[in-house]
Design a binder for this molecule. Structure first.
Ligand code: PAD
Ligand code: ZN
Ligand code: ZN
Length: 373
């Protein structure tokens, strides 16, 4: 029984910006009040983790990143009532404390506990990880590239004990984000035409959402044509490479559809693509959803007529779900075969091969690589 004791285990530590992942032995302190310690079973690699290594997303170094995982509760701190050792769980990069002004709003999931600025510490202002005598910081309340992690109890969703970890981990980010962007944020209507810019794990999940919502045309847009086959397998009706055209992509989509693109989704994190996606939806009744992470401290200049004309420009965090409440239901729907995540997981690698997993992402060869322990 490891409860109450420091656990020594393996973790992938980032010592600084643009450094490789270094597999180190770390110490994981026991959970304090309202925290739980989790043994990670499987964790996906998301673009947002890579964004921490490049500085696009702020993080405090040294750091353990990773935010898309399934694990088992190993032990709980004082005052934890919602979870017990042995529960199968998903750590939440977007917590749901239930009491902040945002959690109390029925239509907001932007919990005050969300650590989007990269503070990297838990509620008492300290970290639970050390390596070689130094503190190692947390990332987005989760830090899943480690055999054991400690998170706040409000940043944990309990899921079906039978859920397969190497698929269900995608509910920790990619699927939940993309599917929710279509279902909750855009509220895609039956028979509509959608265009999805960026066909990675999150973009393909948007396509799955558009399809379930009954969209009749779903156009995948990517500069990497190797992504088209998977996009079609999950529901894209056609795919376009902006590099094959001299005209702006918004013009290309307008011609393809007789000016009827109702919903567009930016799922690449590029500033130019955010404007392209906005300009690509119908000028008066279209809606464009920003899902990709904008680079930290960036500024965008755009023609205000794009919005004045009547378009709606929206963003969403984690697909707009209230995750403690909604993730268990999403996982139940998955177990009932409402959606199939098989196409999204292209690679499964042992945890030690994390660097190889990131290289697959950077080279555009993977959709999701899942690391197993
Ligand atoms: P990914 O790298 O697997 O996929 C991105 C795709 O975009 C790739 O297929 C690229 O080829 C493609 N792409 C890149 N540049 C362009 C371009 N100029 N035009 C068209 N396509 C392009 O990433 P992902 O699916 O893991 O994540 C996608 C984005 O979503 C990324 O910015 C990530 O940080 C963000 C994200 N946001 C949330 C949220 O809550 N809003 C959650 C998770 C991820
Ligand atoms: Zn809250
Ligand atoms: Zn993510």
């Amino acid at each position: 029984n490891t409860s109450g004791k420091v656990i020594k285990c393996k973790a992938a530590v980032l010592w600084g910006l643009e450094q490789p992942f270094s597999i180190e032995e770390i110490e994981v302190a026991p959970p304090k009040a309202h925290e739980v310690r989790i043994k990670i079973l499987a964790t996906g690699i998301c673009r947002t983790d890579n964004n921490a290594t490049t500085g696009v997303m702020p993080a405090k170094f040294p750091v353990i990143v990773g935010h898309e995982a399934v694990g088992i509760v190993e032990s709980i701190g004082e005052g934890v009532t919602s979870l017990k050792p042995g529960d199968k769980v998903i750590p939440l990069c977007v917590p749901q404390c239930g009491i902040c002004s945002n959690c109390l709003k029925p239509d907001s999931n932007y919990c005050d506990m969300l650590d989007i600025v990269g503070k990297g510490v838990l509620s008492d202002g300290t970290s639970r990880f050390t390596c070689k005598g130094k503190p190692v910081y947390h990332y987005m309340n989760t830090s899943t590239f480690t055999e054991y992690t400690v998170v706040r109890d409000v940043a944990v969703a309990k899921i079906d004990a039978a859920a397969p970890p190497e698929k269900a981990c995608l509910f920790g980010c990619a699927f939940t984000t993309g599917y929710g962007a279509a279902i909750n944020t855009a509220k895609v209507t039956p028979g509509s035409t959608c265009a999805v810019f960026g066909l990675g794990g999150v973009g393909l999940s948007v396509i799955i959402g558009c399809k379930i919502a009954g969209a009749s045309r779903i156009i995948g847009v990517d500069i990497n044509p190797r992504k088209f086959e998977k996009a079609k397998a999950v529901g894209a009706t056609e795919c376009v490479n902006p590099k094959d055209h001299t005209k702006p992509i918004s013009e290309v989509l307008k011609e393809m559809t007789g000016d009827s693109v109702r919903y567009t989704f930016e799922v690449t994190g590029n500033l130019d693509t955010m404007i392209d996606a906005l300009a690509s939806c119908h000028k008066n009744c279209g809606m464009s959803v920003v899902v990709g992470d904008p680079p930290a401290s960036s500024v965008l200049t755009f023609d205000p007529m794009l919005v004045f004309d009547g378009r709606t420009w929206k963003g969403c965090i984690f697909g707009g779900w209230k995750p403690v409440n909604d993730l268990p239901k999403l996982v139940s729907d998955f177990m009932a075969k409402k959606f199939n995540l098989d196409e999204l997981v292209t690679h499964i690698l042992p945890f030690d091969k994390i660097e190889e997993g990131f290289n697959l992402l950077k080279k555009g060869e993977s959709i999701r690589t899942v690391l197993t322990f």
